[in-house]
Design a protein around this ligand. Structure first.
Ligand SMILES: Nc1ncnc2c1ncn2[C@@H]1O[C@H](COP(=O)(O)OP(=O)(O)O)[C@@H](O)[C@H]1O
Ligand SMILES: [Mg+2]
Length: 251
């Protein structure tokens, strides 16, 4: 079977000389849930931006390697066209429109797939609110007044509203209370199972991510230094020592 996403030997430069990725290869199976792990500056966000076409807005470019989506090389396709094909990237920092209501934020993302219409909007509202009941209660509230957890749910909900096939979430749990972070991963799990969606999450909380993802990759200085099934990765001593050493991310 063709993988949903297949990245091979990816090398990314910012400007002329800053090498952010050096030969990264990652596969996300169709309907799979994969985690991309690593410390600050490892190249996690760069990887997602390369996939979703956002690199070019930061003076970044792919110098080598290929990015294939369902067998087709997508490296040169603009981000808005990728979004229409169902490749959705929830960027780090919970981007929502703060002065728009929750509903308006959701509706705005229908444009991402080039579709609109009240019937479609109603159906996808129901879908999003099914996964995020907390958002339903806040449907008429301005997004800027939501809690951090609710804003993250809205950011993910917006991507869902655009009916993704490949959903990428950058730093899903950053800055959230452990309980909320766990809730968000549980919902991602559920969405992935229900909708046969392929998911690639970027996380610094290794235990949380690997508890939910089936497979993980560890990036260090722009290279994959470790990969494997989640349970095996969690069991591996070196990874535990390096990333699970009782720091803030170890809950
Ligand atoms: N827009 C940019 N311009 C120049 N260098 C960048 C830019 N974005 C990221 N980098 C550099 O690329 C490397 C990888 O960054 P990033 O992908 O953001 O890492 P992570 O998401 O794992 O924290 C870092 O050394 C970072 O400083
Ligand atoms: Mg990042």
């Amino acid at each position: 079977m063709v993988a949903a996403l297949e990245i091979s030997g990816l090398k990314v430069l910012y400007g002329q000389a800053i090498e952010a990725l050096d030969g990264v290869s990652i596969t996300v199976p169709d309907g799979g849930f994969v985690a991309l792990l690593g410390a600050n500056g490892a190249g996690k966000s760069t990887t997602l931006k390369a996939i979703s076409g956002l690199l070019r807005f930061e003076n970044g470019r792919i110098a080598e390697g290929t990015i294939k989506y369902r067998g087709e090389d997508i490296a040169a396709i603009p981000s808005y066209q990728l979004a229409r094909r169902g490749i959705l990237h929830v960027r780090e920092g919970r981007f929502v429109f703060p002065t728009m209501t929750v509903e308006e934020n959701l509706e705005a993302s229908l444009f991402a797939r080039g579709k609109r219409g009240p019937a479609l909007a109603r159906r996808v509202y129901e879908e999003v609110f099914h996964y995020f009941p907390a958002l339903k209660e806040r449907a008429k509230s301005q997004a800027g007044y939501l809690s951090g957890g609710e804003q993250q749910m809205l950011a993910i909900g917006r991507a869902l509203f655009a009916q993704p096939e490949l959903l990428m979430v950058d730093e899903a749990s950053l800055g959230l209370a452990p309980k909320i972070a766990a809730d968000i991963f549980t919902i991602l799990d559920k969405i992935s199972n229900d909708r046969k969606l392929s998911i690639l999450v970027v996380e610094q909380n290794v235990t949380l991510a690997l508890r939910h993802a089936a497979y993980g990759y560890v990036l260090e200085n722009g290279r994959i230094v470790s990969e494997g099934e989640s349970q095996k990765l969690l069991d591996r001593d070196s990874l535990s020592r390096r990333y699970l050493g009782g720091g803030a991310n170890a809950h």
